[in-house]
Design a protein around this ligand. Structure first.
Ligand code: SAM
Length: 314
């Protein structure tokens, strides 16, 4: 298989935030091609990699050989993190959200509107595919999905075009869907990004339940981290970053209260995290030039306090 290797984003910043050292039990919650895992292993830490994609296993073999007894990869969703590591069972968790370059580049996975392939988009091997959603959702539900997860203003028009077309012939291929979305939006009109970008993003996020996974993953990390443990999260778009920002703001006691005169909520459980830095870190211009995928990346990081994990809904 010829493929461009995935270039890890914000690697130096993530490594610094994770504070790897011999004896530390770290989790690379989104293993991918193992870029983060390798860097953490090279600094002496023990690493558990998680990836829901069974094809990630091919990148685990060299690490298992090179770092015997210090690395393992499990085919699991990161929402299972607390179950895998146990309560307080690790000293650091890194998330690098979204899809890998390998997943995008392989036409057969169906993630790309630039490559013809089956309309699949599943990172793992289970659950409904993008074709299932596109061919069966009610028009209103389809429009809502494209609006909420893609922030696509033409969502209703796109849903109407899709439902009209699928009545004649169901969607099976990526380029077929991309062409219909493009038509719904009135062509390219010199737009710098492909008109199907946001629709494909929305479908990918829905197929893989990415927002639900992120929320559950954050809660799981809070349980799995021992006091002093590090959490580092790299996001790639505003929906993800907003969720992480709010989660950490609440857990670190920085949530503004309802009243302007009481800027910090006086009640509530003691903070379970302390922020490592308040604004998100972004890649340097040089990194974005070298790796355009880094363009919208943001890193947030925090240290686990000794306070008990909050109840999930807090
Ligand atoms: C951006 S890539 C990670 C790249 C990695 N940091 C590297 O340097 O190679 C994201 C990976 O996370 C995996 N992934 C996404 N959501 C997941 C989830 N909920 N549970 C486990 N793995 C997930 C994807 O399958 C993909 O391989």
């Amino acid at each position: 298989m010829s493929e461009a290797p995935h270039v890890p984003v914000l690697l130096a910043e993530v490594v610094e935030a994770m504070a790897p050292a011999p004896g530390k039990r770290l989790v690379d919650a989104t293993f991918g091609a193992g870029g983060y895992s390798r860097a953490l292993l090279e600094r002496g830490a023990d690493v558990t990699g998680l990836d829901r994609d069974p094809t990630a296993a091919r990148f685990a073999e060299p690490l298992t050989k090179e770092f015997p007894g210090r690395f393992r990869l499990l085919e699991r969703r990161f929402s299972d993190l607390a179950e895998v590591m146990g309560e307080g069972g690790c000293d650091g968790v890194a998330f690098d959200l979204g899809v890998s370059s390998m997943q995008i580049d392989e036409a057969e996975r169906g993630f790309s509107f630039m490559r013809d392939g089956p309309l699949d988009m599943r990172m793992g091997a289970d659950g409904p595919s993008a074709a299932d959603l596109v061919n069966t959702l009610e028009p209103a539900a389809l429009a809502r999905l494209i609006w909420e997860l893609g922030e696509e203003r033409g969502s209703r028009r796109i849903a109407a075009f899709i439902t009209r077309r699928r009545a004649e012939q169901p969607f099976e291929r990526t380029l077929d869907l991309a062409a219909v979305v493009e038509k719904a939006l009135g062509g390219r009109r010199g737009a710098p990004v492909h008109p199907a970008t946001r629709t494909f993003q929305a479908l990918r996020m829905a197929v893989n339940e990415e927002m639900e996974e992120l929320e559950a993953g954050l809660v799981a990390a809070e349980h799995a981290l021992a006091p002093g443990g590090r959490l580092a999260i790299v996001t790639f778009h505003s929906l993800e970053d907003r969720m992480v920002k709010r989660y950490l703001a609440a857990r670190s006691g920085r949530m503004p209260s309802a009243s302007r005169h009481r800027p910090l909520a006086p009640e509530g459980p003691p903070p379970s995290f302390e922020l490592l830095f308040t604004s998100a870190r972004a890649p340097t211009e040089a990194e974005v030039r070298a790796n355009p995928r880094a363009r919208s990346a943001k890193l947030r990081a925090a240290v686990r306090t000794a306070a008990p994990a909050w109840k999930a809904a807090a």
